[in-house]
Structure formats: structure tokens, C-alpha cells
Design a protein around this ligand. Structure first.
Ligand code: ATP
Ligand code: MG
Length: 387
């Protein structure tokens, strides 16, 4: 015997010409997420009338299917359903059976017809099913705030009936928007920025800059752990570990103190861009927000991204720290980010870092460095981890 889950998507439904493409990516992601959550179990996914119907073995707990679907971006909601022949009498009987043991006093019936050849309109079906529930169970109709809603969706050869509807992750299917490279530090922000990029359909690769042996190995392990948690939304990823200490030393020895952090960041951008271009990644993502710390001014953000031509996206730009932390808690990165670590950028921190960088001063300072040479040297030492 098998059980069924019905899945609806939201934003994809608004797509016109390329809806098929988004549906295909979504279906692939659902398949992968289910295969990961239900190893060894058989299941099937069928698409019909802008919906997906998942059939799985009755021995599998619904919770497991729910857990797999919750992590798939692009789904608006999903529900455990029963399927019956698309016949008014059969629908009425099955709806009654489904709800008869539930505790409620008020209810509503909400029908939709994906197949308009069904003999009753949605409204007529609502009335018929509703009347039967009133008659057989003595319950009361309340269309504004019902305690229980009986949903009926009439498809071509069957009708689907359900009560519970779980909220999906929303957004667009991962990979449907292309691939990006996230600058992932061990802090709170960049994992949340990754999550938001994933939510908009961007498959994420990660790059982390460390100053080992000046910073400890623990910082790298923390970033690996964060990438693993983020992979719950995308299955697998590459994590590039960049040894950054030598570049930092060159900057410290040759450039004005107050510009150090901006120069570190400009090199991070250049290295990220090189990698991104090599790997077909179309944008760089950071966890910067506007004005969150003294260094995140428009002047500084501008001076940093001027180093490269690839788009730099900052999904957190308009979020408060509180909002960021709430997301971090929800996705499970908060605990990991809370662990102490020493960041590459806080090494050789000047006493008074620049808060409003002037581009001409930054460019002048960089003349003291062999920019190309430094970047080339680092590129050869990048370690790639498959997460
Ligand atoms: P986070 O919490 O993500 O570390 P933050 O508020 O501490 O952010 P900064 O330390 O100024 O802010 O870093 C801003 C952004 O620069 C980070 O969100 C991240 O995208 C990137 N970044 C900073 N340090 C590193 C690093 N060592 N490796 C990779 N990316 C980094
Ligand atoms: Mg940081």
C-alpha cells in the first residue's frame, strides 16, 4: 500500500514561457531531498495541473516526507492527501471518513477543480460535501474562521482530499537561477546570506579565507560545519579554503594601517572572482549589511567591490541584526556561528580602520603591491573540499 503527499508551488505558477524549466528543476530537487531523507525507500513523483503528487510506501512516517519537503525551495505548501475516484458521491463519502474522528465544531469545505469537466462547480461541491457533514456529524459551517478545513482538489481521473496543509520554504528551486560563490566567514551573517541566495534559486559554492597557522584550525572546521548545514537546502557544494596569511602580511608591511581591512577585502574579491570565472559562477555573495558595523558604509562597500567586475550581491543589505539572528536560529546556523573563532580579517586589525574609504587613496595604496602576482600565488594554494 502507498500514501500520498500533494505539493503546490507558488511563484513558479506566475512564470509563463519558462515554467516547464522551473518545474523540472523543482522536481529534481524534490527527488533528491526525498532520496536523502528516505534512503532505501521507493517513491514516485507525478506532475499534474501545476501540482506534484508524491506516492510513497505506507511504512514511511509522514514526518520524514514532511522533513524532506520542508527544505525544498520553490514549494508553497504540501499536504498528506487521500485519493478517490473523481465522482461526487465517492468524494462526499471519503471526505466524511477522513474527518469523522477529528475534534472540531466548525468547519469549511474548499474545493478546486483542476479539471473543469467535473459535473459540479467548486461551489456546488462545497455545498454538497458541507451539507453531508452537517447532516451526518452535526457540525457547523463557518466560512471565516473554521476550526477544520476540508480541502478537495478535483484532478482529471481522481480527487484529492486533505485537511492539513504545511507551509513550504517558498522562493525558487535551487539551481534555477544559476550558481554563485559565497564569501563564507564563521560569523552569523554570511550563512544567512547563503540561505537567502539559495532561497532565490542560486546554487552556492563557498569560499573561506583563513590565516592558518596564525588562526587555528577550529575556524576552518566551523566553516565546514556551516556549509554542511546549508547543504540541507542544496545537497552538495564545493568549499574553497584559501590560505590568506601571506597576502595579509604583504598588505600590512606595505600599505597604510587604516586601509588594511579594505585591502584584505579587495583581495578576497579578486580571488573569489578568479575562481568564480573558472567555475562558471555568476556572482559573488557576501554577508554585508548596510551600516551594521562601522566598516559597512556605502563608501567602503563601493571601494571593495570596485576591485572586480562580477556582480557582488548582498542579500542582507536591508536586514537588521535581529532579523538576521532570527533566520540563523531557524536554519540551524546560529549555534555553530556562536562558537568562538579568530577571523582572518581581525588579524593585524589597525587601531582606527577607515570608515569612509576614498577610492583614490585605496588605489594609491595598492600601487605598493604586486596585485597580480599575489593573486596568482594564492590561486595555486587553494584547497577544494567537497561538502
Ligand atoms: P559575518 O558574520 O558573516 O562574519 P560580519 O558582520 O562579521 O559578517 P565582516 O566580518 O565585516 O562582517 O564581513 C563581511 C562579509 O565579508 C562576511 O559576511 C563575509 O561574506 C565576508 N568575509 C569576511 N571575512 C571572511 C573570511 N575570512 N572568509 C570569507 N569571507 C569573509
Ligand atoms: Mg565576520
Amino acid at each position: 500500500m502507498s500514501k500520498l503527499f500533494l505539493c503546490h508551488y507558488s511563484e513558479i505558477g506566475l512564470k509563463k514561457g519558462n515554467r516547464n524549466y522551473f518545474e523540472r528543476v523543482l522536481e529534481t530537487n524534490m527527488r533528491k531531498s526525498l532520496a536523502r531523507e528516505l534512503p532505501g525507500s521507493k517513491f514516485s513523483i507525478r506532475k499534474e495541473h501545476k501540482r506534484f503528487l508524491i506516492k510513497y510506501d505506507e511504512t514511511v512516517p509522514d514526518e520524514r516526507v514532511k522533513s524532506a519537503l520542508e527544505k525544498v525551495f520553490g514549494l508553497a505548501n504540501f499536504s498528506p492527501v487521500i485519493a478517490v475516484e473523481a465522482d461526487p458521491e465517492k468524494i462526499i463519502q471519503s471526505a466524511l471518513n477522513l474527518i469523522k474522528d477529528k475534534t472540531f465544531t466548525t468547519f469549511a469545505v474548499r474545493s478546486k477543480r483542476a479539471d473543469k469537466s467535473f459535473p459540479l462547480t467548486s461551489q456546488e461541491l462545497n455545498v454538497e460535501v458541507g451539507a453531508k457533514i452537517v447532516e451526518a456529524l452535526g457540525k457547523q459551517v463557518d466560512l471565516t474562521r473554521p476550526e477544520l478545513t476540508c480541502h478537495i482538489e478535483v484532478m482529471t481521473d481522481q480527487a484529492l482530499i486533505y485537511i492539513d496543509r504545511f507551509k513550504g520554504a517558498g522562493g525558487l528551486p535551487v539551481s534555477s537561477s544559476g550558481k554563485v560563490l559565497v564569501l563564507l566567514s564563521g560569523g552569523f551573517d554570511s550563512p544567512v546570506a547563503s540561505y537567502l541566495a539559495l532561497k532565490r534559486g542560486a546554487k552556492c559554492s563557498f569560499i573561506h579565507f583563513h590565516s592558518y597557522p596564525y588562526t587555528n584550525k577550529f575556524s576552518q572546521e566551523k566553516v565546514i560545519e556551516l556549509a554542511r548545514v546549508l547543504n540541507q537546502f542544496q545537497f552538495n557544494a564545493k568549499l574553497y579554503m584559501v590560505p590568506f596569511a601571506e597576502t595579509q602580511e604583504e598588505i600590512v608591511f606595505n600599505c597604510p594601517d587604516k586601509l588594511r581591512v579594505i585591502l584584505y577585502r579587495r583581495f578576497m574579491m579578486r580571488i573569489a572572482e578568479r575562481l568564480a570565472k573558472k567555475e562558471g559562477l555568476k556572482a559573488v555573495i557576501t554577508g554585508e549589511a548596510l551600516g551594521q558595523v562601522a566598516s559597512q558604509t556605502l563608501e567602503n562597500l563601493g571601494a571593495i567591490e570596485q576591485a572586480i567586475t562580477l556582480p557582488v550581491l548582498r542579500p542582507l543589505i536591508g536586514l537588521d541584526k535581529e532579523e538576521i539572528i532570527a533566520i540563523a536560529r531557524k536554519i540551524g546556523t546560529y549555534e555553530i556561528s556562536s562558537k568562538p573563532h579568530d577571523d582572518a580579517c581581525t588579524r593585524f586589525m589597525p587601531r582606527k580602520p577607515e570608515t569612509r574609504a576614498k577610492l583614490h587613496e585605496v588605489l594609491e595604496a595598492e600601487k605598493m603591491l604586486d596585485v597580480e602576482g599575489l593573486v596568482n600565488k594564492v590561486m595555486e594554494k587553494i584547497e577544494v573540499l567537497e561538502i
